[in-house]
Design a protein around this ligand. Structure first.
Ligand SMILES: [Mn+2]
Length: 319
């Protein structure tokens, strides 16, 4: 065995794990907790690169996040560039936000750009800012995608709400047991480039359809049949689920630990938030969260369910 072969296999074992987050200033504090939890569980023999995609992010927040860097977890920033794709997304969001659309924010669409922008990577992970790692994210990276384009978890919130089941099955044409949540994604970036994912998505956006969860709906429609289902442990949504043995907690579409006291596994969020430069901000945000805000947040979810029911009665949105 030559010394070169040994070197090669060592190099393979220490392949960098790229992890993408997409944020605005209001998400920086939650992202900090997510990143801190990633660092706590990082394997000291591996290297990780946390890449934060943003459009507007204050210098102060970038500085505070960048300061979290460790020996084997790098923190990098990528400012979204103006492009035709971005123009289509911006226009769609501007139009939809007026109708009180929950997901009419450009930041939700940035994950669709990962494959196109980061040509140096063949595989990558995307995580939402409302997540907390409970295990080494490198384990997720190592999962073999086989012939699939991405891996994601079947959305547990859909099965809980009959209106959402109707919506994904009738309006989108996707069986509820196949419809995935886009908050945690393991992606074959080569394949996403090959199918021109971003072009396919913006082509659908141009149809200006009213949807319940746009970026997630597009992902499910475009990649239908090419999605591997992740073990729920990698996207455990503690509200209504047993968080025991979870590898990643996702405070999705429910009570957020930074607003409420009685959140399942909320203590894991606070453990991760501690020791970041954002702990004080998070404490203050929780203190100032009002009954009125809680009511508004509950109304938004209610409106989303009603919208799902309404759209399910209409015809199939995409052919
Ligand atoms: Mn989320």
């Amino acid at each position: 065995m030559s010394i070169f072969n040994t070197g090669r296999s060592l190099f393979k074992k220490t392949k960098v794990v790229p992890v993408f987050l997409t944020i605005t200033d209001d998400y920086a504090k939650y992202a900090a907790a997510a990143i801190n939890s990633l660092m706590k569980h990082a394997n000291h023999k591996r290297y990780y690169r946390v890449i934060i995609m943003y459009d507007k992010l204050s210098l102060k927040n970038r500085w505070r996040l960048r300061n979290m860097v460790t020996r084997n977890v790098a923190i990098e920033f990528h400012k979204m560039k103006y492009s035709l794709y971005m123009q289509i997304i911006k226009r769609y969001c501007a139009k939809r936000s007026g109708s009180g659309d929950f997901f009419a924010r450009e930041v939700y669409y940035y994950r669709a750009f990962i494959a196109r922008v980061f040509l140096q990577y063949d595989k990558g992970i995307y995580i939402d800012s409302d997540t907390i790692l409970m295990a080494d994210i490198g384990e997720l990276f190592d999962i073999d995608l086989g012939d699939n384009i991405i891996a994601a978890r079947v959305d547990p919130k859909v099965a809980m709400v009959p209106e959402f089941v109707d919506y994904v099955e009738k309006a989108l044409g996707i069986p509820a047991k196949e419809y995935v949540n886009s908050g945690v994604l393991l992606m074959d970036l080569k394949k996403l480039r090959k199918i021109h994912y971003i072009t396919q998505m913006t082509d659908l956006i141009k149809q200006d359809a009213d949807l319940v969860a746009p970026d997630q709906d597009y992902l499910n429609v475009i990649l239908k049949g090419k999605i591997m289902h992740l073990d729920p442990k990698w996207n455990c949504q503690p509200e209504g689920e047993n968080p025991k043995n979870a590898k990643l907690l996702h405070f999705n579409l429910s009570k957020k630990p930074w607003y409420h006291d009685d959140v399942n596994s909320g203590e894991e969020f606070w453990k991760a938030a501690k020791g970041t430069g954002f702990y004080g901000d998070l404490m203050r945000e929780k203190e100032h969260y009002t009954e009125k805000q809680a009511e508004e947040d509950a109304m938004k979810i209610k409106a989303l369910i009603e919208k799902g029911a309404k759209l399910a009665k209409g015809k199939r949105i995409f052919k």
